[in-house]
Every structure is written in structure tokens, then in C-alpha cells.
Design a protein around this ligand. Sequence first.
Ligand SMILES: [Cu+2]
Length: 693
Amino acid sequence: MNIFLTTAMAAVLLLPAALAAQEPIDGRTSAVDELRVIGRSVTTDMARIEVSRELLVDTATVLKDIPGANVNANGPVTGIAQYRGMFGDRISVVIDHLGVVSGGPNAMDTPLSYLSPMITENLSVVRGIPSVSLAPESIGGHVSTTLSRGDFSLAGPALSGFVGSRYSANGNVSTSASRLTLASNTHKLSFIAEVDDGASVSTPVGKSRPSQLHRERSDLSYAFAGGSTSVLLFAGRLDTDDTGTPALPMDIRFIDTKLAGAQATLELNEIASLETRVAWNDVEHLMDNFGLRQAPMPPMQRQNFTTGSGTQASLATTIALSGSTLIFGIDTSTADHDATITNPNNAMFRVDNFVDVSRDMLSVFAEWKRDAGRGDIEVGMRARRVQTDSGEVFAGGMMGDMGTNVAALADAFNMADRSKSWNSVDAVLKYRWQIESGAEWRVELGSKTRAPSYQELYLWLPLQATGGLADGRSYIGGLDLDEERSNEITIGFGRDIGRFTISPQLFFKRIDAYIQGVPSTDMTANMVSQMMSGNPALQFSNVDAEIYGADIAWQLELSDQWSLDGVASWTRGKRRDINDNLYRLAPPNASIGLLWENDRLSIASELVAYAEQDNVSVFNAEQRTPGYALINATLTWTPADALRIETRLDNLFDTTYQDHVAGINRADGSDIPVGVRLYGAERTLSAGIIWSF
Ligand SMILES: [Cu+2]
């Protein structure tokens, strides 16, 4: 407890109390059950963060400030969203309402990696069970983001935008971004661009190598807002080069993605409106195990060239009835993937990791919401069909037993029926009851499904291409996988008592046919895996699981300038069929922030504490992690309306700590030994300046 006291006291001392001038804050309204601290708000419904106001490189990092959420960071810009014990493909992540197709079989280009922070307006997470209308596949949660493409100009044609740069001394990490918007009250043309760059960062035990990064992201858009019509057209690009992912067996050499899309809404009449969206993206990606990290012997050098491309489209109609709303919609998506592993020193060596893999989805839904008075109800149903297929695979250039065994695995895969489909129905029921005192209760019931990912199905050779699991184990897919079904309940409460606001939630999910690795019984796969990695293979299989927990956000306004706020999250995940824990769950954690602000200056400090994670999974020998506490502080100064100066201090006491969900180092040549959990950054000072016009 001593460390808590000392750190809490230091947090208070960080705030120069002398600055407490007496000026009211505009726009600081506290609606029922809404917690609002600069740049963020949490309700029983939703937690939202204005990303562009946060001094960071990976947008996914803001998930740590959201109750129940966390981020599995396999590298500096490879954050995988985690929510209430689920992560990866189980979480729906959308950019301006539509998803992206990831081109990396290890999720090196996670959906959130497409959101460079300075050009991201906000990120919000649905607390509890996502409505069926929000996303076609969202068994574990829904993260919604928007790019900041500027506003229409109501006062007539005008040019607006910003230019800004941020720098962090640890690793010379810089982020620079700009927006240029030419807009009238009906037309808007906007260009945004950001370049992020940095070398490997230092931790209290030495440099984490390779953790350098280089990412360029741009987006050109046109928008129209008429009386009853609005349109958005966009084309964008992501270009990531030479970026480390020390928790994975390879690093990013390049990710080259083109994105484009169109969205339109049309108000048909007083009661009905239509929304339609279509998006396309195409990814080319190269990763290797020798370019950025200490290279293995030439025969062991590997590079993997992968592609991913696909489209998503949706059409929905909203009908306003008296006191309620009805939405009908249809969603489709297609995704194609290929991946080929070669050795640059051996022209004969080739492994077709994924060949002509496709995963297509068609889904329809209906949702009815009554938003009248004190008892709000939402009922939604969604039917979905997912179809997948894979081409025939090949591997060559391997000698002796290895060559024979790998050829046997390829033959077995090519003989098998690889064309699969799953039909399922999801249902969500939400009830919100507002009491006269201003308190609200919320009960949500959901039955949600997820068809397997292409890696879980078609990984025919034991490899670590697992959507970023980063557990160091080699997996093979399961062609007979069933869909997962999660039956769940969320109970939430929200209350304003004077200057104190609180919104706790409890959840329980019972998951049938939960997909995870179990020891493979395939002798050939185990022999190959043993020779390549020193461990037998795990096979993606259906098991039974349950996840439960609680999370809370709260705020206490001490005065017009001073406030305290906090978030706490606790999640437990277990197998039901055997005695084991689920893999890579964030340990119990809490943060307390102390904020002082007036209309020109805000100073915030936070104490972030993580408990040890003892509830680790046996099936893949997950390592335990000790607990830790950190203090961070930020200062934002707006000397003029157009100018914003920011500084941030992370890890004030230079604490040596390991983030449980950040993964294990796999890279030779780092100051952190291979097989040891990655350490967090040492004390780091960052600063930025942003000029808006
Ligand atoms: Cu990759």
C-alpha cells in the first residue's frame, strides 16, 4: 500500500495549486450519468475520447483510459483492441462506420493502425453489448472511430485547417500532421496527412529492439451536405515502413494500403431515411525476421509477402414511428488473402502460407428502439452467413524428414473440403430504466456469434500467423470449426449525486464453442512444429469458456477548476470444460486522475495501477506478470485560440514495469532477452505545438 500513498501524494504535488485562478469553464455540462473530463466522456452507454488531443503515437493506447478496454501492443503502432476479455477479430473496429481488411496474417496492420492520432477526431467504445445495427460481427465489443476531416463553413466559403508537430525524446519519436479544408456550407474538400517516425525506445532495463517506426497516412475527401442529402467520398493511403514488432516472430518492412469509400444519407420524407456506405481497401505487406532485428543464420532467414483486399457495403433504412424507431439493414463484406514465405538466401524455399483465401459475409438485421420517457427498450435481431474458401497450398525447398512431413501436411490440406459456411442469428435486448432521482439502471441481454477467422481455419502448416496472438506457439487451423456463441448479460448503473458521478457495470458472458488453441493430435504437424520451434503444435479448436467482470468510471468535481476522476476494470476469463484461464487478459487495473483547468491552461496528473496477473493460461504456458504503478502528467496551454502547446511526462519515477498484454520479446539483439516479457518505456517527456487556422 505504501507505493500507492507515495505515488498519490506525488500526483497531488505535481499540480501547482498556485495556478488556481477563478474562471468558469465553458461547455462543462454534466448530463445525467455523464462524466466529462477534458477530451473524454464516459456514460453508461459509451466511452469517448478525443484522440487528437492526446499526445501519443498509437491511437489504440487510448483504450487504456476506457473502462473494460485495453490494448495488446505487439509493436509501437500495432495495437490490438481488447474489451472485456476479448480481442482481435472478436472486436469490431470501424473507421467512419466501416471496417478495414487487414493485410497481415498477424494483424501487423490492425484496424486501429489506420488511425494516426493527430488526424483522428475521436474513438468511442460501446459499454456493454453492441447493438446489432452497429456492426455485422461484434461478439466482443465495438470500437468506433472518425477521422478529423474538418467542418463545413456556415459563414461562407473559407479555408481552415491545422499544422502541428509532437516530439518525444525517448527514441526521437515524432508525429507531424496537417489538415487543409476548403469548405462552404454545403461543400467541403479536405486533405489530411500525418507522418510518424521514431527509433527504438529505451526502458529502464535497456533498449527494446526493434521498436522503431515509420508511418505515413493521408486522406483526401469531398463531402456534400444538402437539405435532405449528405455525401462523403474519400480516398486514402497508409504507408508503414520498417517498423518493429518485437512480440512477433517478424517485423514490418512495409505495409502499403490504398483505401477508398463512399457514403450517403438521404431523408426520403418526414419519417424515413436511407443510409448507404461502401468501402474498399487493398493491402500489400512484407515482413521478415532479419531486416530490423538481429538476423538468424542464413538458412533460417524468412520473409513473408502478404496481401489482403476486400470491400464492405451496407444499406440501412430508419423509420421514425411515434415514440419509437425501426431500422432495417443489409451488410456485406468480402475479403481475400494471400501470403507466401520465402528465404532470400535460398531460391528453392517457398511456403504458401495462405493461397486464394476468401471470407465473405452477408447479413440482414432489424432493430426496434423505444425511446419514450423513463423506460427505453431496444430489440434487435441479425441473421448472418459467412462463407470461406482456400486454394491449394504448396511448400518446397525443405530437406529430408522436414520436406516429407510438410509435403504430407500440404497434401492432406489440399485433399480436404475447404469450402465452409456458417449461418447464425444474433439477438440483443436492452432495457434502460431512469428513476426520478436521476439514477438509471440498465440491463442488456445478448446472444452473439462469430464465425472463425481465416487463420483459425486455413493455417495448414504450424506457424505463428495467428492474428497477433504473440504467444510464441505455432498453430494449425481447424477445418471443422463451429462458430462461437456468446450468451451474455450486462447490468449497469449510472448516478449523479451533486458533484459526484459514477457509472459501474457488471457483465457475464458464457461462450460456447470458443475458439482457441489446444494441443494438436496431428503427429505430422507436431513433428514439424517441434523441428521448427521446439514445441508441438496447438490446433484452433472449439472449447467452452466464460468471461465475467466489472468496470467503472467516476468523477468528482471538487470546484470549478479542480476535479478527480477514475476508471477501474476487472476481468476474469476461464475455460469451462477444463481448469484453465483464458490467454492474455488485462490484469485488474485502475487509474485516478487529478485535473486542474481554466480556459487557457489544463494540468492533469494520473496514477495508473495494474495488479499482478496470476490467472494465466496453461495451454500455451503464458507467463505471470507482477503488478506496478505509474504516474503520468500532462500540461496543455492555449495562449491564443489558434495555438495549443502540449507537454506530457510518462512514467515520472522511471519505474521498471511490464505490461501483461504487451507480449514477450521474440527479437534477438534486444536489451530485453528473448522469452522475457517486454518492458514499458522509461521516464519519457514529450511536447507538441499545434496551430489551427
Ligand atoms: Cu506482418
